[in-house]
Design a protein around this ligand. Structure first.
Ligand code: ZN
Ligand code: ZN
Length: 362
C-alpha cells in the first residue's frame, strides 16, 4: 500500500468541475493508469481501475485480486468477470473523462464503442496534477528515501572509486538498495571520464581511473516513493585534475545554486530553468547543457511539474522537484549536480540531498 490515499478521491472529485476539454465539467473520471490507481487507492496489483464521480468511488479489478481488493477502504470494490474493457465500459455513464495520455487509440476506441451510456472525453493528466502537491506523509516517505540515498553516497565514498569498474559500482549500489528493502528508482548512472559527457550514460566495463570526474546519479524507491540525487566526484588528488573539468564543475555548481535560489511557489518552471541556464551560457557552455533543469519526484521518478525551457508549469508549495544542471563536453568529461527539494512559498523549504557539493576528491 502506498501513501494515505484518504482524501485524494475527494480532491479528484473537486477537480472534475473543470477536468474536461477547455476546462469543461465532467460527471465522472475513469482512471486506468496503474500508478494513478495506486495513488488513489493504495492497490499495487497489475490490473485495476477507478471510476470516480460525485456519487461513486468504484474500484475495479479481476478475480485474481478479489482478496487484496477487499482491503481497500473507502471504495466500492467490483470484480470484473469476462472482458475487462467491456466490464469497465458497462459501468460508465454521463460525461466521463478518460486518461487519453495513457491509453492506446485502439483501447480508447474500444471503450467508446462499449460505453453506450457515457460520453467519453479526453481528460488525461488529472491525477498527475493532484500528485504534484505532496501531503506530509508523502514528504516523510520521500525524505526517508533521500536519507537512504545519502547514506549510500557516504558508504560509497568511504570505499573510493578509482580502480573499480563502473559496472562494479553500479552492482554494489543496486545490491545495497535491495538489501535495505528498497529498489533503484531508476538504473543508477555511474559515468567516469569521457563517459560523463553523456547525461544518460549506462555503467559499463570501464575502469575508473585517477584524475577523472565520476558522475553518479541515483535514487531509491522506498515505501512507494522515489528519491533522486546526483553528485560528481573527482578521483585522485587536486594535482591530477585537468583545468577544464575543474572549470565546468564550478560553473555547474553556480548554476545549481542559482536554480535553488530561484525555486519558490508561483515561479514558472521555464523561468527557473533560465536562471540556471543563463549562468552556463554566459560561461560559454550554453551548447553543452542539453536537458531541462529539473522534474517533479513522487511515486514516479519523473513526474509533473517540469523545470525546462518549454515548461508551462508554475510551481506550487508542497511540490518536490529536482535542480540538476549539467555540462557535458563530448569525448572529454562531464559534470551534473542534482538536488531534490521541497518547494515552499518563499523558496526552497527543504533540501533532501545532504551530500556536500564542493568538489570532493575521492
Ligand atoms: Zn537524477
Ligand atoms: Zn533527476
Amino acid at each position: 500500500m502506498t501513501g494515505s490515499p484518504s482524501g485524494r478521491a475527494d480532491r479528484l472529485v473537486a477537480a472534475l468541475a473543470t477536468a474536461g476539454p477547455d476546462e469543461t465539467p465532467l460527471d465522472a473520471l475513469l482512471v486506468t493508469n496503474l500508478v494513478n490507481v495506486e495513488y488513489l487507492t493504495g492497490f499495487t496489483g497489475t490490473n485495476g481501475a477507478c471510476i470516480v464521480s460525485g456519487e461513486r468511488r468504484m474500484f475495479l479489478t479481476d478475480f485474481r485480486y478479489a482478496e487484496r481488493a477487499s482491503e481497500i477502504e473507502g471504495w466500492d470494490v467490483e470484480i470484473v468477470s469476462g472482458q475487462w474493457l467491456e466490464g469497465l465500459a458497462s459501468r460508465l455513464s454521463g460525461r466521463t473523462g478518460f486518461e487519453d495520455d495513457q491509453v492506446t487509440v485502439r483501447t480508447a476506441n474500444q471503450i467508446r464503442e462499449a460505453a453506450d451510456a457515457a460520453e467519453m472525453v479526453e481528460a488525461g493528466g488529472q491525477v498527475e496534477r493532484l500528485r504534484r502537491v505532496k501531503d506530509s506523509d508523502e514528504i516523510e516517505r520521500i525524505a526517508e528515501a533521500a536519507r537512504m540515498t545519502d547514506e549510500l553516497y557516504r558508504l560509497l565514498l568511504d570505499d573510493g572509486l578509482a580502480g573499480r569498474t563502473e559496472a562494479e559500482v553500479d552492482g554494489w549500489l543496486t545490491g545495497w538498495m535491495r538489501e535495505q528493502g528498497a529498489e533503484p528508482s531508476f538504473p543508477p548512472i555511474v559515468a567516469s571520464g569521457p563517459n560523463g559527457a553523456s547525461p544518460h550514460a549506462e555503467p559499463g566495463p570501464r575502469e575508473i581511473g585517477t584524475g577523472e570526474m565520476v558522475t553518479i546519479d541515483m535514487g531509491v524507491r522506498l515505501d512507494g516513493y522515489c528519491s533522486d540525487c546526483t553528485r560528481t566526484f573527482a578521483t585522485g588528488g587536486e594535482a591530477h585534475l585537468d583545468s577544464l573539468s575543474r572549470e565546468i564543475y564550478e560553473v555547474t555548481l553556480r548554476a545549481n545554486e542559482a536554480g535553488l535560489a530561484a525555486i519558490r511557489a508561483g515561479e514558472a518552471g521555464s523561468a527557473i530553468d533560465e536562471v540556471a541556464r543563463a549562468i552556463i551560457r554566459e560561461a560559454g557552455y550554453g551548447g553543452n547543457f542539453g536537458h531541462g533543469l529539473g522534474h517533479g519526484v513522487g511515486v514516479e521518478i519523473h513526474e509533473a511539474p517540469r523545470l525546462g525551457p518549454s515548461s508551462q508549469d508554475v510551481l506550487m508549495a508542497g511540490e518536490v522537484v529536482t535542480d540538476e544542471p549539467g555540462i557535458y563536453i563530448s569525448g572529454a568529461t562531464g559534470v551534473r549536480i542534482e538536488d531534490m527539494v521541497l518547494v515552499g512559498e518563499e523558496g526552497v523549504a527543504r533540501n533532501f540531498c545532504s551530500i556536500p557539493k564542493q568538489l570532493t576528491f575521492v
